[in-house]
Design a protein around this ligand. Structure first.
Ligand code: WT7
Length: 649
């Protein structure tokens, strides 16, 4: 955590929006009493509560106990045997859902594919057999570096069908980032595509995999889906076309009976220091959490058409495109491309075309829609929508109001869902049929979630005091460890506040018990709803031979939420515009396009404490063009600040 100044909350928002009575009347949780009862029961008797909830899953063998041991080492559903793929597919085939659309896919280029539950089941079984044929065994790690195409979902479910652990890498990451993750997980196989479409351009995924494999020798085989038809090099014996392998594959593949705590996937996320953290989720607890939160928060009904616009490469896509909705037997829209291709009306065209009823997106996207103008949503019929959601960062009240008025047409409840890669599923959110919403607040904890807001000494704070947001009780879908580094897991999440989980957000509670998240308190910036470690951008910069030192901070950015500002001290050369461009390109190559710096500022030196710690709070003020009211008494060299302010951007 950065220097210890207290957290001040400035947001004052008094508007409230009760759920429409027609919504409440049909909701999965329909009254305040019901919510209170569920929440209290889960708090007082978590084992009884989650044991009841677990009846929503299909088990091969019942568990002996619901939960064993205290946080952080709680084990869930010991003795139980389960398979996540079975729960997302096979159990639906015994019902009318077998003919229901599981995935309604639209490519950026306009084509549509619909996979019914039985189609998805068949493809998953075939691909699971393909994986077995390539020597994949239970427990092996498999990297997925793919565009948003149905084969990505198929690959995920095929992995968990045979107990292989997937590690999905967002397609915007660079070859180096893929190599790091392959190495950390010791991945045996990579599944990719020739490329993917984004804003009319081809993202060359296979070429990046080829480059990554020079640095990640654990990978033995590569499976390549043909998507764009672009030219790729296929290395004999190592690289295989998906369609060739699938051609001869049998569609008969029983789901393996796995322990409840069998690892399901690793997903890398940024921390404040060091290499990315491999967040590990396991089978039954994660599945239960995503299944129940999908029912409660998205109010899923048999006839809904549900669309989460995230990429599956992020946790939002894992939990709320694949596992949660499919476990509930929902019809899920999946879109491959950009929201502004071929024009800024694309999302609303998709809503109209498929009659989307539940729509889940990010504040950064909403800010972009506002900027593009109301004429785009106004061109389309959005009357099928009944519920809206957001995730990824605090939503500014004005963006919330726009979402409510222009997209929801004042008819749809908005669920502002707070959670993290580590929490696996939604933790704090309005219940759409119950909770009066307040623009900018994620409202109250879901059943089974017991948060608190505390000082750095761990004392609970009263209403309207900003502090650290912690979880005081374990929940089934929490991360179990950081892959290969349990000490770092304990240190990162459980060492700040005794006995509690803390993953870096500041928050306050208002007089009604509503939680207002104020953002990260560590050196992590939230760019377009995704965590990026300032430290990783700094390492990328320092890896450039002209850079002596770099300090990276976030600053408020109209669309992205936070932009990336880099203060760079050079070894010798005077900074030129040319070099700025070169450094921006360099960071993109090292980490990926999502880490593209918005500002490079050359500086003679950066402000540090006498112990040598970069004083980021000061740099944040400079990057944002604010006067600083921060304490500077620990600053080693006062002249540095004045010089920095004087340097032009
Ligand atoms: C961080 C987690 C969970 C999927 C997307 C990001 C911020 C997330 C909200 C929200 C305020 C939010 C937090 C959190 N965040 N949702 N509704 N209101 N802040 O996952 O990359 O693990 O990032 O995103 O700062 O710690 P992630």
């Amino acid at each position: 955590m950065s220097e210890n100044a207290s957290i001040e909350s400035v947001l004052q928002e008094t508007r409230t929006f009760p759920p429409p009575s027609t919504f409440s009347a049909q909701a999965n949780i329909g009254s305040e009493e019901e919510y209170q009862e569920l929440w209290q029961r889960a708090k007082d008797d978590p084992a009884g509560f989650w044991g009841d909830m677990a009846q929503n899953l299909s088990w091969f063998q019942p568990y002996e106990s619901v939960m064993d041991g205290d946080m952080p080492n709680t084990k869930w559903f010991t003795g139980g045997k389960i398979n996540v793929s079975y729960n997302c597919l096979d159990r639906h085939l015994e019902t009318d859902r077998r003919n229901k659309a599981a995935i309604i896919w639209e490519g950026e280029t306009g084509e549509t594919r619909v996979l019914r539950y039985q189609d998805l089941h068949r493809e998953v079984c075939k691909f699971a057999n393909v994986l077995k044929g390539l020597g994949v065994e239970t427990g092996d790690r498999i990297t997925l570096y793919m565009p948003m195409i149905p084969e990505l979902t198929i690959a995920m479910l095929a992995c968990c069908r045979i107990g292989a652990v997937h590690s999905i890498i967002f397609g915007g990451f660079s070859a180096d980032a893929v190599a790091d993750r392959n190495n950390d997980a010791q991945a045996k196989l990579v599944i990719t595509a020739d490329g993917g479409w984004r804003r009319g351009k081809e993202i060359p995924l296979k070429a990046a995999v080829d480059a990554s494999l020079e640095k990640s020798p654990s990978v033995e085989n590569v499976v390549v889906v043909r998507r764009t038809g672009g030219d790729v090099d296929m290395v004999p014996d190592r690289d295989h076309w998906y369609h060739d392998l699938m051609q001869g594959a049998s569609a008969d593949c029983d789901a393996v009976e796995l322990d409840a705590e069998h690892p399901l996937f690793i997903l890398y996320t940024s921390g404040s220091t060091g290499k990315p953290k491999g967040v590990l989720h396991t089978s039954a607890g994660y599945l239960l959490g995503t299944t129940m939160t999908s029912k409660w928060v998205f109010d899923l009904k048999e006839d809904d058409t549900y669309w989460c616009t995230a990429d599956i490469g992020w946790i939002t896509g894992h939990s709320y495109i694949t596992y949660g909705p499919l476990s509930n037997g929902a019809s899920v829209v999946m879109y491959e491309g950009a929201p502004n291709w071929p024009d800024e009306g694309r999302f609303w065209e998709i809503v109209e075309k498929y009659q989307v009823s539940i729509f889940y997106t990010a504040p950064t996207a909403i800010r972009a829609f506002i900027k593009w103008g109301d004429q785009w949503p106004e061109k389309y019929d959005l009357s099928s929508l009944r519920l809206l959601g957001t995730v990824g960062e605090p939503i500014n009240p004005e963006a919330w109001m726009w979402y409510h008025q222009v997209i929801g047409q004042e008819r749809c409840p908005i669920v502002d869902t707070w959670w993290q890669t580590e929490t696996g599923g939604i933790m704090i959110s309005p219940l759409p049929g119950v909770t009066p919403t307040k623009p900018g607040s994620c409202a109250r904890p879901l059943p089974g979630v017991v948060p608190d807001i505390v000082t750095e000494a761990g004392e609970s704070l009263d209403a309207n005091q900003g502090g650290l947001l912690v979880m005081t009780q374990p929940w089934p879908h929490m991360l179990r460890t950081l892959y290969g580094d349990h000490d770092r897991f304990l240190e990162t999440y459980f060492s700040t506040i005794d006995g509690c989980y803390f993953a870096g957000d500041g928050a306050r509670r208002d007089d009604d018990g509503y939680i207002w998240v104020m953002g990260r308190v560590d050196d992590v910036i939230n760019v377009s709803g995704h965590r990026l470690s300032t430290m990783e951008v700094e390492s990328a910069l320092v890896a450039h031979d002209k850079v002596a030192e770099a300090a990276v901070v976030g600053f408020p950015h109209e669309i992205k939420g936070e932009g990336i500002c880099c203060f760079v001290t050079l070894k010798g050369d005077d900074g030129t515009d040319e070099l700025k461009k070169e450094l921006i390109q360099h960071v993109r190559e090292q980490i990926g396009a999502l880490a593209t710096p918005d500002q490079i500022r050359f500086a003679a030196s950066v402000p540090k404490t006498r112990s040598g710690k970069i004083m980021r709070r000061l740099l944040r003020d400079i990057a944002a063009g604010r006067e600083s009211t921060q304490d500077t008494t620990t600053l080693e060299d006062y002249t540095v600040l004045a010089k920095l302010r004087a340097e032009e951007e």
